[in-house]
Design a protein around this ligand. Structure first.
Ligand SMILES: Nc1nc2c(c(=O)[nH]1)N=C([C@H](O)[C@H](O)COP(=O)(O)OP(=O)(O)OP(=O)(O)O)CN2
Length: 141
């Protein structure tokens, strides 16, 4: 089994805060990420597909086709956005790194399957020190 990864980047603003909590409680739980006036990240996204290389092309999946899908389904929607205000993916859930990987998976899985490949992992770096991996609802296999 081979694993092919495509990197894409986007930047976006967000804040982490529960609207039902006081400012003090939000600060206690989310720290500076709860700042009222937002903050931004340069997100670094790594999308991995799995499969056996085609005997004629040697590709698990054409990385250019994968890039086109990721740009259309994710980057073009999230880049230069405010995740809390502009993106309905995050209505009722916090735009954390974990929830971003979940929503990105949901927006990619069917498109990648339709292109004949299998989504294996969504990895998203929020900062150079923080990243989340999501392997789909069934977990890693
Ligand atoms: N489990 C999670 N924890 C945190 C998340 C997250 O998405 N999932 N996000 C944040 C904040 O968004 C925050 O902005 C992270 O930025 P920062 O603290 O600057 O990040 P670093 O840890 O890389 O910076 P240091 O300077 O090393 O503190 C927080 N937690």
């Amino acid at each position: 089994m081979h694993y092919l990864t495509r990197r894409e980047t986007f930047n976006a603003a967000h804040k982490l805060a529960n609207p039902d909590w006081s400012d003090e409680r939000n600060k206690e739980v989310f720290g500076k990420c709860a700042n009222h006036n937002w903050h931004g990240h340069n997100y670094d996204l790594r999308i991995t597909v799995s499969g056996t290389p085609d005997p004629l092309t040697g590709f698990v999946m054409d990385a250019k086709v994968l890039s086109t899908i990721v740009k259309r389904q994710v980057v073009d929607q999230l880049d230069h956005s405010n995740l809390n205000l502009d993106i309905d993916w995050f209505k009722g859930i916090q735009p954390t790194t974990e929830n971003l990987t979940l929503k990105i998976w949901e927006h990619l899985e069917a498109e990648i399957a339709a292109a004949g490949s299998t989504l294996y992992r969504v990895r998203l770096y929020e900062t150079e020190n923080i990243y989340a991996d999501y392997y789909g609802p069934a977990g890693r296999n």
